[in-house]
Design a protein around this ligand. Structure first.
Ligand SMILES: Nc1ncnc2c1ncn2[C@@H]1O[C@H](COP(=O)(O)OP(=O)(O)O)[C@@H](O)[C@H]1O
Ligand SMILES: [Mg+2]
Length: 364
């Protein structure tokens, strides 16, 4: 047992569409860091980032965690300052390792990783490059393509191409290269926000306009009818891949409502696929992490067509959902790494990546 516990800063919430999920993920992480051996190893300080990007100290963060709901302006103790980061609340400068539990823009995308890097304080998860490339679907796909990873055919689109003078040519190009159905996605969102399935020229144009309202960078992909498999990756110097999980749902595709409504989807762990498919997915998951420079933790998602045995990589999430019902911790639990060990190993990995000597790194 260490002589004095390590000071860990858990930061959650965030100016992102996934703010509410982040609170549930943080509750799971904080619970696991306060249990068993972790209670002696770590002294936690929690920090809450509200939807406007303002940072709040532990007293507010703990209240948000215990309520499990985002704070509204009326709940916050001081008059709200201007939006955005305006300096750390009390206690943050004593943090020895940061644990960001933030999903989506302004947290999973390299921004907060840049802040911690500039401060010279270790943090859990990918660095600036891996986070930024993993977040932006255009950059992610280019990195995957360069690494030779199998992906469904796709076209990158700029919102400016929707201008009257070019929109018809754009639609012609998409229809010719991808056909229907196809999926339109903003490059930088998550949780299926802004994604739509297009089945004809009119729904393609509507989908492009909807996505362009959220992001100037878009991706359009050929639609496939396939099972959805996920693999969790963990490690700093060496990366390990978990057993696979499958997301099952009745809906046509895994949209926002299906993702977040109780009972509309369920997970099967381990996924019922041939061993050879699971092994291939695990190898591809690690290649995908290397391709975008992701480390620490990541969840890599696949499409699997049973009939043809095709396996396509869909995306990487560098700060995947971490609620008690989330795939990432469940995949590790099924792979022999219980939650308490998982969060400990993530902190060990953060320190190792920063070049710190971690005494029990090999035997967590
Ligand atoms: N090319 C595709 N073919 C079939 N379904 C797709 C395709 N792309 C996305 N989907 C569906 O949309 C969901 C969300 O897409 P995804 O790229 O994973 O976005 P997000 O980053 O928001 O999770 C997928 O889980 C899947 O159900
Ligand atoms: Mg997804």
């Amino acid at each position: 047992m260490p002589a004095s516990p390590l000071s860990v800063g858990v930061v959650f919430g965030g100016a992102s569409g996934e703010h509410a999920v982040s609170i549930r993920s943080a509750a799971t992480v904080v619970g696991a860091l306060r249990r068993g051996d972790n209670a002696d190893r770590y002294r936690l300080s929690c920090f809450y980032i509200d939807r406007q990007g303002r940072w709040w100290p532990p007293a507010v963060a703990e209240a948000v965690l215990s309520r499990g709901l985002p704070a509204e302006a009326a709940d916050l103790p001081a008059p709200a300052g201007p939006p955005g980061f305006r300096g750390f609340p009390e206690g943050a400068l004593n943090v020895e390792v940061w644990y960001p539990v933030l999903h989506g823009p302004n947290g999973e995308d390299g921004t907060i990783q840049g802040l911690f890097t500039l401060m010279g304080v270790p943090f859990v998860g990918s660095g600036v490059l891996g986070s930024a490339v993993g977040m932006d679907k255009q950059a992610m796909k280019a990195a995957f393509a360069a690494a030779g990873l199998p992906q469904v055919p796709y076209v990158c689109v700029e919102a400016a191409e929707l201008a009257d003078a070019t929109v018809e040519a754009l639609l012609d190009r998409l229809v010719q290269q991808l056909g229907f159905p196809c999926f339109v996605k903003p490059a930088n969102m998550g949780s299926s926000v802004g994604i739509s399935k297009a089945t004809d020229r009119a729904s393609l144009l509507a989908g492009l306009r909807e996505a362009a309202a959220l992001d100037p960078r878009l991706v359009v992909e050929q639609g496939v009818k396939a099972r959805e498999l996920e693999c969790a990756v963990l490690g700093s110097r060496t990366l390990e891949a978990s057993v696979l999980g499958e997301i099952c749902f009745e809906a046509d595709w895994y949209d926002y409502t299906t993702k977040y409504s109780e009972g509309l989807s369920h997970t099967v762990i381990p996924a019922r696929v041939p061993d050879a498919v699971a092994d291939r997915a695990r190898t591809l998951a690690i290649t995908a992490c290397r391709a975008v420079a992701a480390s620490g933790l990541a969840r890599v998602d696949f499409f699997y067509d049973e009939a043809s045995a095709d396996l396509w990589i869909n995306e990487i999430n560098t700060l995947p959902g971490f609620t008690s019902q989330s795939m990432y911790p469940m995949l590790w639990a099924a792979s022999g790494v219980p939650l308490e060990t998982l969060v400990h190993r993530l902190l060990q990995g953060a320190r190792e990546s920063a070049g710190q000597t971690v005494p029990d790194a090999e035997a967590p």
